[in-house]
Ligand binder design. Structure first.
Ligand code: KIV
Length: 288
């Protein structure tokens, strides 16, 4: 646990870490206890990602996630942090319709959810959305490359930017979101050489996920990192714990101990004085 007291990490502070010696650290979180653990570990940023749909709500994709679900989980995370910078995802169809819709929903994540910034997916096509939200005074993190909300249009969860045309497209996307005012760019599932080129060309930090080591920072989905989400693990994720196994083992042990009378033991209960017990037993005996 990092006991050093630090100030709240802001969007300008993240932007100032561009090209620095210290990499930016980010992880997703969707609830109070996880947010507290991230705060205690001293990471820079939490993403309340719409990955919560798959990781904690059990949906098959991020598409069904609603604004209400995002708000509910963002509030829980905000109650668990003091200094960590919290970015909340705009879910599918909360910004695609118009700039006005994007500003309204970004405003809700900040005003009702308490988020410090919002993230949305897309490059050139969402540049006007980013500019509108930034004009409203809300910091925006962009997300290019593999954008899970459009997995259907991309033909699945595939590496992006491998061909010359696709790589040129992603470079243009990064330039467009930066020009629109994004303060950082998530780059997901692109070849490391391309991520390095984009990072070298941008004046805002790049946060990689499956984009190699040359980005200015890294983000992982907490369910992948902790091993609490066991439906699948993307190739680019690294597991630092096996929480699903730890939880299953703990529940099995608990059930065994309840069934065999090992739990609860003396130390898990409360006692009464001998006098009260004796008086009560007398009273109950007289009632019979
Ligand atoms: O929702 C999410 O967790 C994300 C990350 C994959 C960056 O957008």
């Amino acid at each position: 646990m990092n006991s050093q007291k630090r100030e709240k990490v802001t969007a300008p502070a993240i932007q100032a870490m561009k090209g620095g010696a210290t990499k930016i650290t980010m992880v997703t979180a969707y609830d109070f206890p996880t947010a507290r653990a991230v705060e205690a570990a001293g990471l820079d940023m939490i993403l309340v990602g719409d990955s919560l749909g798959m990781v904690v709500l059990g949906y098959d994709s991020t598409v069904p996630v609603t604004m209400d679900e995002m708000l509910h989980h963002t509030r829980a995370v905000m109650r668990g942090v003091e200094t960590v910078h919290v970015v909340a995802d705009l879910p599918f169809m909360s910004y695609q319709v118009s700039d006005e819709q994007a500003v309204m929903n970004a405003g809700r994540l900040m005003k009702e959810g308490g988020a410090d910034a919002v993230k949305l997916e897309g490059g050139r096509v969402v540049a006007s959305r980013i500019a509108a939200i930034v004009r409203a005074g809300i910091p925006v993190m962009a997300h290019i490359g593999l954008t899970p909300q459009s997995a259907a249009a991309l033909g699945g969860f595939k590496v992006q930017g491998r061909s010359l045309d696709a790589a040129r497209g992603l470079i243009a996307d990064a330039e467009a979101v930066q020009a629109a005012g994004a303060y950082a760019i998530v780059i997901e599932a692109v070849p490391r050489q391309l991520a390095r080129m984009i990072t070298a060309r941008s004046s805002v930090p790049t946060i990689g996920i499956g984009a190699g080591p040359d980005c200015d920072g890294q983000v992982l989905v907490c369910g992948d990192l902790l091993g609490s989400f066991d439906r699948f693990t993307p190739r680019f994720a690294k597991r630092y714990a096996e929480l699903a196994t730890t939880m299953r083992d703990a529940f099995t042990m608990y059930a065994n101990e309840v069934q065999t009378g090992v739990f609860p033991a003396q130390e898990h209960g409360f006692a009464m004085s001998r006098e009260v017990i004796a008086a009560l037993e007398d009273e109950l005996a007289n009632l019979q």
